[in-house]
Ligand binder design. Sequence first.
Ligand SMILES: [Zn+2]
Length: 203
Amino acid sequence: MLTHPVARTHANGLRVDVASGQLVPARQVDSPNCDDRPAGQAPELIVLHGISLPPGEFGGPWIEALFTNQLDPRAHPYFETIAGLRVSSHLLVRRDGEIVQFVPFQRRAWHAGASQWRGRERCNDYSIGIELEGTDASSYAPAQYQSLSGAIAALCRAYPVLSAGRVVGHSDVAPGRKTDPGIAFDWPLLRTLLHLHLELDPP
Ligand SMILES: [Zn+2]
């Protein structure tokens, strides 16, 4: 029997089409910043990030521009320092909860950089990167937790190796180098929502 409204909606209506590697429905924006995972490598880890462009400002077109190599370095002084980066994530969760997908899940997105998880380096090889529009120290929006937890639940159903316990922060896999998604990220809330979506016992 279904007893909770979140459980009843199953991942907020999100699902993964494994053949295409796409989250449905998510707005699809192709990033050239990706390549093949190592042969036979399925997603085994989810890495959460925080990003805002310019730093501390929300809602602009700049994150999508960065991930598609279209960031105008003249538009803001900070952009001059990052316009040459070739980076991407699989998903971006905007402040209003909208999900944008840049890279299909079977492909390798370029989000983690030098990184290590449980002794395994190169997390990009075997992880899915999800960016949240935000900063380390300001609260993420409730709509972002709803979309994020739904997306993760859908990914866990599509790729059985994934689980609620295989979701980490960029700061966990690149300690000392990265701090995102930051102290503002509410891990207990995410765990609670994931357990509801996946109909597990409470964390
Ligand atoms: Zn990051």
